[in-house]
Design a binder for this molecule. Sequence first.
Ligand SMILES: NC(=O)c1ccc[n+]([C@@H]2O[C@H](COP(=O)([O-])OP(=O)(O)OC[C@H]3O[C@@H](n4cnc5c(N)ncnc54)[C@H](O)[C@@H]3O)[C@@H](O)[C@H]2O)c1
Length: 372
Amino acid sequence: MQTVKVEIPQNQAGSYPIFIGQGLLENAGTYIKQYTKAKKLLVVSNNTINSLYGEEVKKSLEQAGYEVYFLLLEEGEQYKNADSLQKIWTEAIRLKLERKDALIALGGGVIGDVTGLAASTYLRGVGFIQLPTTLLAQVDSSIGGKVAINHDSGKNLIGSFYQPKAVLADISALKTLSLREFKVGLAEVLKYGFIEKSCGLSGLNSSFSLYLMENKASIMALEPSIVENLVKYCCRLKAAVVNKDEKESGLRAILNFGHTTGHAVEKCYGYKGINHGEAVAIGMKGAFFIAMEKGLISQKYFEDALSLLNNYEMDYRIEKNISIDSLYEAMQVDKKVQSGKIRFILPVSPSEVRIFDDVNKQQLNNALKKLY
Ligand SMILES: NC(=O)c1ccc[n+]([C@@H]2O[C@H](COP(=O)([O-])OP(=O)(O)OC[C@H]3O[C@@H](n4cnc5c(N)ncnc54)[C@H](O)[C@@H]3O)[C@@H](O)[C@H]2O)c1
């Protein structure tokens, strides 16, 4: 078992451990004991995850002396909405949860985001613990305190920043993920390879991209020591960024590498037929094409980056019936637009990115055309 600490200097409540290892869910009670004084715990999950891991989590939490209740939400991104939030509030009120009690998110990013928002608002804030069960949630969404629901007008439009008290990333849970869902997380993992040097992690002496290239077979085979190291390193990179910029006033924006185009693609598909990781993989390729248009990177780095993406079979393409104009329109209503300018995170050298507000329409058009 390995631990990464998130320590946000401006936020006293923003210091917590991320435990990473095998068998953490069956020992959840022992791990969370020192991070909550709760009497009652409300575990929020869905049917699929509950049928796989609910029983062991319940048993462990009860053995640790908690009163444990479960609320199962409908499954899917479309349920990351106000109805689910309302259901959690209603259940918390029915159970008479008090401020010292806690909500536990057992699931992927959808469950984590909606449960975190409920925890941040119910009684103006109760304890919140993340038990992430997807690769994406373990390397990304469970860390850093962004919690949100979607609105009909766009993803994650209603949310807040609310840090968990602890995160338990049990890598054994990844065994039951479908390959497609595993690859969603891998897209975010590859993203860390492209932004590594910009994250501000001290003592960097290796290349994460190289590690990913060299260990592909072990990663795909879920070799525990390799996956544990991979999750740990991604958590360290994300924690380094969040520690410096909790509320995304600057540096944190680099975590959106690939997401400007990625979110536009997801939106144009109506969030159906393509998932977040696939869209982000397209968006990361788009960022490399834009960087070439702007003359920011060498041909060698461009080719290395594309070959890393292709090596992980991230060779997705935008369907022909989605027009460049509709992508452009979608980018203009994204949260990342500032003073009317579309913001891109672009590569400038190996593993290094910068924020750009000056991509012109011609450069963007030329790059987007190559994504079909
Ligand atoms: N808060 C943040 O900082 C942040 C960052 C990135 C993404 N997100 C959000 O995360 C969400 C996506 O999260 P996700 O990719 O984890 O998807 P998800 O939560 O929808 O989970 C994917 C699917 O896998 C199933 N599942 C989960 N764990 C499983 C397991 N161990 N075995 C078998 N099936 C399992 C789920 O039931 C679901 O059907 C999006 O809503 C996105 O906006 C948030």
